[in-house]
Ligand binder design. Structure first.
Ligand SMILES: Nc1nc2c(ncn2[C@@H]2O[C@H](COP(=O)(O)OP(=O)(O)OP(=O)(O)O)[C@@H](O)[C@H]2O)c(=O)[nH]1
Length: 295
């Protein structure tokens, strides 16, 4: 796990770097408050931080305050390093958003257990977030989370001329699979189908379970031709090989509807989903196991 050490005293930084690396942490260093804040705000920034109170630019208190105000999605656990241990200072640090403090000069063992306590909180927070955003059966995003991703992608690319595509995929005659092989076999098929289709997506695409056996992929920076190619790969990943389950090999196909929008054209999430859903309906009408693009 990454830990940010923000301190303008190079000796103190070296010592902290030494002990934290020895305990298995990956240390990121900032020599002033502004750099510390910028690092913590990075998309993949550290979730744990040890901040010196006195720093040039922004001090540790300002950094805590700004990070809490930033409304970041992930929680950053911040430990204030301070030579001021009177109650009023501690209260000020905690009020600014610090989670804990350590008196300077610190004893390594105390630092170790306090950072470990922080790590426990961060781990718990991440697990809660995972449970809240993932579908329990398939492990892909749940409906709320994939719609959240789509909304954010639309907002992120608003006013940039760029294509955003969505893919709606629905397993064909899934009720029949449940009826013939049982619900547990249906679950296996659903799990394997999401795994196969997910593996056809790029790293920056997202995949979620929209409803029962209806899946939604969000493809940023992907034009209609690109989306068609991905959807076709998803379709054949299902049609080409039956799903091997303890209840027998089960052949299953998927119908797919796609819709693309140029994000410069004030994309509307509901309208985009509606178009993709219409395309999926058309694919079902065409006899299933095919891909249809919305006009
Ligand atoms: N095993 C299993 N079945 C599910 C799950 N979620 C939804 N289903 C089933 O998926 C089936 C969907 O059936 P329908 O909506 O009639 O669609 P279909 O049989 O796939 O037919 P078409 O979509 O028209 O090709 C229902 O029988 C649901 O009970 C799940 O998590 N596990």
């Amino acid at each position: 796990m990454k830990v940010l050490v923000a301190d303008d005293d190079p000796i103190s930084v070296l010592y902290l770097q030494d002990v934290l690396s020895e305990w298995g942490y990956e240390v990121v260093v900032a020599a002033d408050g502004l750099t510390a804040e910028a690092i913590l705000r990075e998309e993949d920034g550290p979730l744990l931080a040890v901040l010196d109170w006195m720093m040039p630019g922004l001090d540790g208190i300002d950094v805590c305050h700004n990070i809490r105000q930033a409304g970041m999605e992930r929680y950053v656990y911040m430990i204030m390093l301070t030579s001021r241990t009177e109650t009023e200072f501690i209260v000020a640090a905690m009020n600014a958003g610090a989670d804990d403090y350590i008196a300077k000069p610190f004893i390594a063992e105390e630092m170790r257990v306090r950072v470990r306590a922080g790590r426990r909180i961060v781990d718990l927070e991440q697990e809660l977030r995972r449970q809240a955003t993932r579908d329990a059966l398939t492990g892909i995003f749940n409906r709320g989370a994939i719609l959240d991703v789509l909304q954010k992608e639309i907002a992120r690319h608003a006013r940039t001329p760029n294509f955003l595509s969505v893919i709606f995929a629905d397993l064909d005659h899934f009720k029949g699979i449940n009826d013939t092989y049982g619900h547990l076999a249906g679950d296996e098929v659903l799990r394997e189908a999401t795994r196969r289709m997910d593996s056809m997506l790029r790293n920056y695409d997202s995949f979620g379970r929209y409803g029962g056996e209806e899946l939604l992929a969000v493809l940023p920076n992907c034009d209609p031709e690109g989306a068609l190619a991905v959807a076709e790969r998803m379709r054949s990943a299902m049609a080409d090989t039956a799903v091997h389950t303890p209840y027998g090999d089960i052949a299953v196909t998927v119908s797919i509807g796609i819709a693309s929008v140029n994000t410069a054209d004030k994309a509307d999430m509901t309208a985009l989903l509606h178009r993709a859903d219409g395309a999926l309906y058309a694919a079902k009408l065409l006899g299933r196991n095919c891909v249809t693009a919305a006009p």
